[in-house]
Structure formats: C-alpha cells, structure tokens
Design a binder for this molecule. Structure first.
Ligand SMILES: *[C@@H]1O[C@H](CO)[C@@H](O)[C@H](O)[C@H]1NC(C)=O
Ligand SMILES: *[C@@H]1O[C@H](CO)[C@@H](O)[C@H](O)[C@H]1NC(C)=O
Ligand SMILES: *[C@@H]1O[C@H](CO)[C@@H](O)[C@H](O)[C@H]1NC(C)=O
Length: 362
C-alpha cells in the first residue's frame, strides 16, 4: 500500500487529551482480524458503564465488504467480543476488546481461526498445553522500505545488529520501549523484546501461557504495535520475506504439555517431534497467511533457515525446523521450539494444528 504520510501537528492534540468527558462514558475499541488473515481492523463504541468482562459487551457488526469478509449486498459481519484489555492509548477505564468475526448466518468467517482453536484447546485441556511465541517483524516507511536502510541500498550484512546498542546499529528503540510498556499496561503477557538480525527488525515474545491466551495476546500485541507505529509515523510489517537472501521474519512457537515439563519429559518431547516430522506438509500449510506460499520464499535452506521440504530437529540448532533448547536437553524436560511459522502466521492456526498432531495423534 503506497500513501504519502501527512504531517499533522501532534502538539495540537495535547490540548484535547485531558478534556474532561463524563465519567460514565467508556470507549471500547473492538479489534478484529480482517479477511487477509494478517491485518487488524478496529472501531470504537461508547458505553455508559464500565464493562468488567467480555460478557458485559454486546455483539456488534461492521461492513465486511471492505475487509474481504462479505459481499456488499450482504455486508453486515458480526464481531463477538472475546477478551478485554486495558487501553494504553486512552487509559482510564477505556478498553480494547479482541473480537472474532461471524457471517450473517452466525457461522465463523473464513479468517476466524479463533473459534476452532477454542474447541481444540478445550479438548486438549487435560494435557495442560502452554504456548509462547517469538514474533519477528520490521519497521518500514509508509512506502514499505525498511526504516533506516540506506536509500536504494542495503546495510552492511547481518552480524552487528542482533541485540546491539548504538545509533549506527539500532532503529526505533524508543518505539519498542513504549510498546513494551503499553503491552504490560494492557494486560498482554509480554515476556521480552530484542533487536533482530537486520536494522529495523525487532523481536518480541509473549507467553508462555496456558491454552489460547498467548495467541490472544499475540494478536493484541500486533494491534498495539501497529497503533504505536502509526503514532511514530512508521509501519509494523509482518511480511515473511520480501528481500531474497536476507534473514526473513518468523513467528517461532514454544510448546509444552504437563508431561513434557515433568521429569524425563524429554521423552515426550521426542515423541512429539516424531509426530511433527510425519505431518510436515500439513503443518507448512497452516504456517503462514497464504497456506505455504509465503514460507516457500522464506524457508529456502539459506540464512540459517531449514528448507521448506525438509523436516529437521536438533539441540540448540537454529537451522532446524524444530529446536530443543540446550537447557531443555540438559534438564531432560521442558519445551520445544517450532521455527517454521512465518511472521504473518495466525497463532490460532498454529496452536490448533500442533495440538491436533502432538496430542490428538491425528
Ligand atoms: C469498499 O466499499 C465501497 C463502498 O461500499 C465499495 O464501492 C468498494 O468496492 C469496496 N471495496 C472493496 C475492496 O471491496
Ligand atoms: C473449523 O473446523 C471445521 C470443522 O473441522 C472446518 O470445517 C472449518 O473449515 C474450520 N474453520 C476454519 C476457519 O478453519
Ligand atoms: C522482513 O519484513 C520486512 C518488512 O516487510 C521486509 O522489508 C524484509 O525484507 C523482510 N525480511 C526479508 C529478509 O525479506
């Protein structure tokens, strides 16, 4: 999407920020995933009470004809409020609510993967699965050039940037600091942030959390990040691979069950890896927003990434599809890391397929 940034005078907003509004007026931003399965949309509604949970909020609807979720002659698409968060932008009692989308007939839309994920999580609850995610992304200009890269060229090769310090290596630390605080304020279980392997690439981690929570938190973190980026005049991009031969962008998954976390859990982890190896193609289909097409550009067997056709696993090996962290190998219990999902993967799809393979033995 190309558009020219309009330089509004931000100072003017200060005048209205603390304008008193009636204390019973609460603004709630409904946030949902659109038909691309990548982008988020949101719209606001005023209530005259403070909602305590999603149950206090009504089902609402939007025009699905511009979000690839409905036709314009039958466009009303329902949003069901699912998880509430504090609103770090408006603060006070104002809220964000993560919602999922339903068609006119109350059936989930094609991009609503949350519904199925809740069913899978309920079914797998006895195994107490925990998930965490490491999200890689880029900050770009509004015409989609990585922020801080030399105009028309490339920065020096990766190496100096990862977890680096210094204005010659780091872009937008102030934005990331704000992001971290906004997430914690909102109630997103952010577990860490770090600079990635390329200038303007950053990573953040959410979880580990039981069941679906880390996936909800990841979507809300993506929303908060994109909103903040807008304020800073930049764009958060989850494009898996737009520049060949540079490190791409992934969403790494951390997964464990109760048995994996207990003594000799390594045996359960190894069994899970064996099951994952037998369903590699089925997983790849779920691991990006375009059913494998994005990962075909990213998982090339180069840049320390495995090849899309091969399944590999190893201890402390980041070139594998699945990594067993060194500490887990030493403790003989813990979790595994699946490195295949692309940056634009839907965490609900990731959780569903991993549980179906590793717990339900499909
Ligand atoms: C968006 O909505 C407008 C007005 O209903 C319509 O004319 C246009 O075709 C829609 N755009 C897309 C991409 O569906
Ligand atoms: C949810 O699961 C049902 C039953 O397996 C399936 O038919 C449907 O396509 C799934 N929905 C999505 C959005 O994947
Ligand atoms: C990661 O995503 C950014 C933003 O879309 C993109 O510019 C960059 O090229 C991606 N990384 C690679 C190596 O493609």
């Amino acid at each position: 999407m190309n558009s020219v940034p309009i330089a509004l005078n931000k100072a003017a907003m200060r005048k209205y920020e603390d304008l008193e509004i009636p204390c019973e007026s609460i603004l709630v931003a409904y946030v949902w995933v659109d038909g691309t399965g990548i982008n988020l949309r949101s719209k606001d509604r005023t209530f005259d009470f403070v909602p305590k949970s999603n149950k206090d909020l009504p089902i609402w609807y939007f025009d699905g004809s511009n979000t690839s979720q409905a036709s314009s002659d039958n466009s009303d698409t329902y949003i069901f409020p699912e998880v509430i968060y504090h609103d770090p932008f408006r603060r006070g009692s104002h809220l964000l609510v993560l919602a999922d989308t339903y068609q006119y007939n109350y059936q989930p839309t094609a991009s609503n993967h949350r519904k199925n994920c809740t069913l899978v999580c309920e079914k797998g609850e006895v195994e107490e699965p925990w998930f965490g995610f490491n999200q890689e992304f880029f900050l770009t200009t509004t015409d989609n050039r990585p922020l801080g890269w030399p105009p028309g060229g490339f920065p020096a090769p990766p190496g100096p940037y990862y977890c680096a310090i210094g204005a010659n290596k780091i872009v937008a630390r102030d934005l990331m600091e704000s992001f971290c605080r906004c997430c914690l304020y909102a109630g997103v279980r952010i577990n860490g942030i770090n600079p990635g392997t390329t200038p303007s690439q950053w990573n953040f981690q959410v979880g580990p959390s039981p069941g679906i929570k880390a996936a909800d938190d990841l979507w809300m973190a993506r929303y908060i990040l994109s909103r903040l980026a807008e304020e800073y005049g930049t764009v958060a991009s989850f494009e898996p691979q737009s520049i060949p031969d540079w490190p791409g962008n992934g969403t790494f998954v951390y997964f464990s069950t109760k048995d994996m976390r207990e003594e000799d859990g390594i045996l359960v982890i190894e069994r899970a890896i064996d099951k994952l190896s037998r369903r590699h193609g089925i997983h790849i289909n779920e691991y990006d927003a375009n059913n494998g097409a994005d990962n075909a550009r990213r998982l090339t067997g180069k840049n320390g990434m495995p090849h899309i056709r091969d399944f590999t696993a190893g201890v402390a090996n980041r070139c594998c599809s699945v990594r067993i962290p060194r500490q887990v190998s030493e403790d003989k219990r813990g979790y595994l890391e699946d490195r295949r999902p692309a940056a634009n993967a839907d965490p609900y799809r990731l959780i569903s397929i991993i549980l179906r393979t590793c717990i339900f033995d499909e």
